[in-house]
Design a protein. Structure first.
Ligand SMILES: [Zn+2]
Length: 92
């Protein structure tokens, strides 16, 4: 069975859900991965649930490395965790 096109798997917990409810991380050639809040930036995308725990899980599992097939600095994960928790706090 084909998966619907909005279906994305979280690089942290591995759960699949609607990509519009997730955060997109984009990676452009030669650039560091960054959070793409509008989900419109060009490049390879990876998705994570909108909570910092999943980003931490992704760091543990090296989820970005697997999605982008490149090495990802710990600092980048740190930055993403900060950004994601800022989004989290804005919502609650
Ligand atoms: Zn998740």
């Amino acid at each position: 069975m084909a998966l619907p096109n909005w279906y994305r798997r979280c690089i942290g917990c591995g759960e699949g859900r609607d990509k519009r409810k997730m955060l997109r991380i984009v990676k452009n050639k030669g650039q560091a991965p960054e959070l793409d809040l509008q989900q419109k930036k060009p490049g390879r995308g990876a998705y994570v649930c909108p909570n910092s725990q999943c980003v931490m899980l992704a760091r543990k599992k090296r989820g970005l490395e697997r999605s982008f097939r490149c090495s990802v600095d710990d600092q980048i994960y740190e930055k993403l965790i900060q950004q994601v928790s800022a989004v989290e706090n804005r919502k609650s």
